[in-house]
Design a protein around this ligand. Sequence first.
Ligand SMILES: C[S@@+](CC[C@H](N)C(=O)[O-])C[C@H]1O[C@@H](n2cnc3c(N)ncnc32)[C@H](O)[C@@H]1O
Length: 222
Amino acid sequence: MQLLYKIRKRYKQTSYPVLSSQEAYRQWADKYPPLPHNPLMQAEHEGMKNLMPNLQNCTVLDLACGTGRWGKWALENGANFVIGIDNSISMLKSAELAQRIQADMTTLPLASNSIDVVLCGLALGHLPSYDMQATFHEFSRVLKPKGVALISDFHPILAWTGAQRTFQGKDGKTYAVQHHIHSYADYFAASQKANLQLTGVQEPVQPQTQKPLVLVLRLTKS
Ligand SMILES: C[S@@+](CC[C@H](N)C(=O)[O-])C[C@H]1O[C@@H](n2cnc3c(N)ncnc32)[C@H](O)[C@@H]1O
């Protein structure tokens, strides 16, 4: 704790009370439009688009879809069919997607080899490492051969230097969402164990400081 305090002090970070993902998104849902609505999401959006496979006629899974940002984008960009999955009923209620399922990322209620592209934006950091690994195994199981999973996460450097993912709660106070740091090495190891090949990396930066904000990875099923 003392080390964390020193790091935060050094980088002049304020520490906000942390809420579980379920509680945070219950409170955040009605102020979470399905578009990039802050600088981090704007950077992430560009990074994801740079690595996006062709979605023409594809079946796409928007995993941890929230209010359906990536699923909506996929439908506007050629996808044939989009399924949104999230474990937060509040986020799903606001999602602008016809096919929505409440489920956990680690156990997908989908058939094996049924999905062309998985899009998973800014959600894996909510999972501890064993659940992140389980989710990678699920990517591998549900993807068709040569299928692609495109994932993004709050950049580990930001998290290591004390930054938090914050939002304004229902009481008007600022809260952070629980976050688990996954390094590039963690993701590389998880992809190897799940028989997924790392086929693209982007680290979009904050324009003023040039510091990386987000890690974006493209994984291809062998
Ligand atoms: C930062 S939001 C991102 C939403 C959307 N992907 C986007 O980029 O706009 C993270 C989402 O992950 C969902 N989530 C967190 N843990 C999850 C889990 N174990 N299974 C499914 N969804 C989860 C949350 O409910 C929330 O909707």
